[in-house]
Design a protein around this ligand. Structure first.
Ligand SMILES: Cc1ncc(C[n+]2csc(CCOP(=O)(O)OP(=O)(O)O)c2C)c(N)n1
Ligand SMILES: [Mg+2]
Length: 363
């Protein structure tokens, strides 16, 4: 006798992966095709190519000792830039440590991104008009903050949303549920993006949760959850655009899970992915590469060429060179500056230390 389907099964089976482009760059879901002009499609490709170069250069600069903390992004471009492209300038980004590309395309100058990597306070100061918090290192902490920022935007009657990013590991944190639950209850205009790259450092997603998808976790808090092919920039864009439209229409938050993969190590601090991932798995995911499939799609449309891509690569290299030079010329941060940035009023023990450092720095 066939066993009756459990409630869990019924819920989980509803989460099909949204895809617009298959691995060959062919449109497999015309209904979900976003309404983007040729220029906008090219802009998306430009951003992905540029970001891939930025990743390669950042890894080299880190190895040369010219950058500090760096979390590689290659493989995740469609998830990162497809979501960001659906935003408006007035929207707020609350990123995790791997989400520097979204900040850059939201207006953070490259120089500041490099200074952030070096732990320089200037890298954490967003320029006027760039609505973003600096990247969160504490896993999951930005989720509750995003719910709060979104509620603030709603109370002020702003036509904007708060978007936040975490990973498959972050989705196991208490903050993740609390933030989504709160935003759902108050219909706050928030978008929660979980970039499921299958690993939290070395812990595979299967050990993270018994749930088949992260997207289904939206059900418990009463908000829509969408599962998206995170290697397909058009699907990611389409899902985020819809989430943003819902949010500004007062319909509340959305959870988006993007299925993706990071090609590189977790960070440049020394983990070795060959110890927790197989070559077969790497190869399987590299076949899904977001740049390869989007390039095929654009070339088939006759709006992209190798020459065009070369220009983007050259531009990226030039910009990076100039930005790292500018970062090098930025005066080193002092201990007193760090203290002054942290406290409006220093506690007495730090006042003493500040005096000591001020004396040393003036020498
Ligand atoms: C609260 C907290 N616990 C542990 C860590 C250490 N840590 C840094 S990254 C990471 C894994 C996060 O994985 P995931 O959420 O999947 O994001 P990914 O790095 O894969 O993008 C952990 C455990 C931390 N930064 N904060
Ligand atoms: Mg992960």
């Amino acid at each position: 006798m066939a066993r009756k389907k459990t409630i869990l099964q019924k819920v989980e089976e509803q989460f099909e992966t949204l895809q617009v482009l298959n691995e060959e760059g062919e449109v497999v879901n015309q209904d979900a095709m976003p309404d983007l002009s040729d220029e906008q499609l090219k802009e998306l490709m430009t951003r992905m190519v540029y970001t891939r170069i930025l990743d390669q250069r950042s890894i080299s600069l880190n190895r040369q000792g010219r950058l500090g903390f760096y979390a590689p992004t290659a493989g995740q471009e469609a998830s990162q830039l497809g979501t960001q492209y659906a935003l408006e300038k007035q929207d707020w980004i609350l990123p995790g440590y791997r989400d520097v590309p979204q900040l850059i395309w939201h207006g953070l100058p490259l120089t500041k991104a490099f200074l952030f990597s070096r732990g320089h306070y200037v890298g954490n100061q967003m320029p006027e008009g760039v609505n973003a918090l600096s990247p969160q290192i504490i896993i999951g902490a930005q989720i509750t903050q995003a719910a709060g920022v979104a509620l603030g935007l709603k109370k002020r009657g702003k036509d904007s949303v708060a978007i936040t990013y975490t990973g498959d590991g972050g989705a196991s944190q208490g903050d993740f549920y609390e933030g989504m639950n709160f935003a759902g209850a108050y219909k706050a205009p928030a978008i929660f993006v979980v970039q499921n790259n299958r690993f939290a450092i070395s812990t595979p997603v299967e050990k993270q949760s018994a749930a088949k998808t992260v997207a289904q976790k939206a059900v418990a808090v009463g908000i829509p959850g969408v599962l998206v092919d995170g290697m397909d920039v058009l699907a990611v864009y389409a899902a985020t655009k819809e989430a943003r439209d819902r949010a500004v229409n007062g319909e509340g938050p959305t959870l988006i899970e993007t299925l993706t993969y990071r090609y590189g190590p977790h960070t440049m601090a020394g983990d070795d992915p060959t110890r927790y991932r197989t070559e077969d798995l790497d190869n399987e995911w590299e076949k899904k590469d977001p740049l390869v499939r989007f390039r095929k799609f654009l070339e088939n449309k006759g709006i992209w060429s190798q020459e065009e891509e070369e220009k983007v690569v050259e531009q990226a290299k030039e910009d990076i060179k100039a930005a790292i030079k500018e970062a090098d010329q930025t005066p080193k941060q002092t201990v007193t500056q760090l203290m002054d940035m942290m406290y409006e009023e220093l506690p007495y023990n730090l006042k003493e230390q500040r005096e000591e450092y001020a004396a040393k720095e003036s020498k």
